[in-house]
Design a protein around this ligand. Sequence first.
Ligand code: RNT
Ligand code: ZN
Length: 418
Amino acid sequence: MSSPAYALAGESYAALGVDTEVVLKRLAAIPVSLHCWQGDDVGGFEHPGAGITGGGIQATGNYPGKARTPDELRADLDHALALIPGRHRLNLHACYAEFGGRKIERNEVNTSHFESWIQWAKDRGLGLDFNPTYFSHPLANDGATLTHRDPGVRQFWIDHGKACRRIGAEMGRRLGSPTVTNVWIPDGSKDLPVDRKGPRARLEASLDAVFAEKLDPRHHRDAVECKLFGIGSESYVAGSHEFYLGYAVSRKILVCLDAGHFHPTEGIADKISSTLQFVPEILLHFSRGVRWDSDHVVLFDDPTRAIMEEIVRGEFLARTHIGLDFFDASINRVAAWVVGVRGTLKSLLWALLEPSAQLRALEEAGDYTSRLALLEELKSLPFGAVWDEHCRRANVPVGPAWLPVVKAYEKTVLAQRT
Ligand code: RNT
Ligand code: ZN
């Protein structure tokens, strides 16, 4: 039995030609890739006390209770996943490898270092996504990795990328769902570089070496992520949007669009239909930049909805991998996941509930008055009742009822971590 509020909401949407039952079925089948790094401030477990060093990214805040071990991180993820409707994916970074106390270099990582993660994902029926880690490492601390002037350092990072692609493909094979392995490097310059060309030429050659091995697309996809600037790379980033767009188009691989990686008022929604005109698929990093690429928790807000509207309107869902990229250390980290994933899913539901046939007909008829009027009226439809029904059917808390669950977990588990 559906709730009375949902039954009424269904009638409102039906009057506009939208079948909420069809929408809820579609929504339930779309996975979001949860980023593991929200749980420990992008620290990873390569060695005790690991944390972000350099790389132009930074987690701020010191809220107590961050995961200190892979087991703690997995427990926190389980807790978050139980409060989020649907079946999703986990996005891992190479620095979350488990070495069992041994010292393993990044160019030597292999699937055996991710066995516990693969088993964890398998037990829960989740797919995995993956990322080589090109930061928080002595050989990255001068701000260069794949663009490095020193061929030896470059080779080290090329080997890391190759190793990670193999791990990604193996994860995809074992879990029966292709892994997207996303390459993001921090390489850039704090102050005005004289040579902007050299690092980009080296980056192209390094990427070609990383991607040289052909991997089965049934198990694996490659993505490259651009960025405008970072902390310490304000004046120049080698892997800019133009660079990676050109690279991905010419190699027919995925472009990763991170919502925080452009000029402060520039959204990524309008980039989707342009990019997908020329590359097979895209990866999205949902994030919320506040005045800069600050990686705040994703919300059910205008920019997030605009991205989802584009994906749905363009019928791009099958060619879009939905990922998250935020890290807030100033609030409960499990709650951050729950807020961010629920906000992402709400935005997706919002887009799926749009009466697209009607809006399109108005546009094609040149009736822009009605198009604008209808878009505005949609905002006060009983959206919340449909979202609540989705949560109810997925057996997760409805509305703010998830919050006391996280608060109890904080008291019994997180607060005990010192
Ligand atoms: C950095 C990129 C990148 C990272 C993660 C940790 O600006 O957005 O995606 O945030 O790889
Ligand atoms: Zn990102």
